[in-house]
Design a protein around this ligand. Structure first.
Ligand SMILES: Cc1cc2nc3c(=O)[nH]c(=O)nc-3n(C[C@H](O)[C@H](O)[C@H](O)COP(=O)(O)O)c2cc1C
Length: 179
């Protein structure tokens, strides 16, 4: 039985996503007593005010509501966060019980040379309004085009990959301790 249960959302929907690879790694290195479940947002439609709430959103909201905290893997597109993650947060923000408010949140990401830092800083701004408690440290910015990753997106068993795994473990430890 886990004392603390976290859920994760990945900002990239592609099959060989490095960000998804980072989340799979995070689930493996969770500290004792904590667990991480990666949520599927592939079926979440683009938010529309006049659309009845789909089952995929109902399911996502339920999982996030029950969780003690949230992990966001932030892919960077054109100097900002890729839209899938914002879309999921937009749907969640419309739940009547403000289910995101006050939840602890850990952020990390993989992208080009700046390691998704620009995307993460943009997303941090969004999290202010959602009243998510985003950890400031440690920061995890990974180079998606480095040997830290396998071709299929997993964190590799290379020097860079092992260093990244350690960084992710540090972030998950901080998340667990501060929740
Ligand atoms: C439309 C698009 C725009 C991108 N823009 C940026 C960018 O501004 N900065 C960056 O570092 N990487 C950029 N990239 C590269 C992605 O961040 C990189 O492919 C990353 O691996 C995507 O995450 P994923 O592997 O989880 O899918 C862009 C990729 C796409 C498809």
């Amino acid at each position: 039985m886990f004392e603390k249960r976290f859920v994760a959302i990945c900002g990239s929907l592609r099959k060989n996503s490095r960000n998804m690879g980072m989340l799979r790694c995070a689930a493996e290195v969770m500290p004792e007593g904590s667990a991480l479940e990666i949520l599927n947002i592939e079926d979440i439609p683009l938010y529309r005010e006049d659309m009845p709430k789909p089952d995929s959103v109902r399911h996502l909201a339920e999982k996030v509501r029950e969780a003690d905290g949230l992990v966001l893997a932030v892919a960077e597109y054109n100097y900002s966060y890729a839209p899938a993650i914002k879309n999921a947060l937009d749907w969640l923000s419309k739940e009547k019980d403000s289910l995101l408010a006050g939840k602890t949140c850990a952020m990390m990401g993989a992208a080009g040379g700046m390691g998704s830092s620009r995307a993460q800083y943009h997303l941090r701004q969004v999290c202010v309004y959602l009243d998510l408690r985003v950890l400031n440290k440690p920061e995890v910015f990974a180079n998606a085009f480095s040997s830290a990753f396998e071709a299929r997106g997993g964190v590799a068993d290379t020097e860079e990959g092992r260093a990244l795994r350690e960084q992710i473990a540090g972030l998950m430890k901080a998340l667990s301790e501060r929740t």
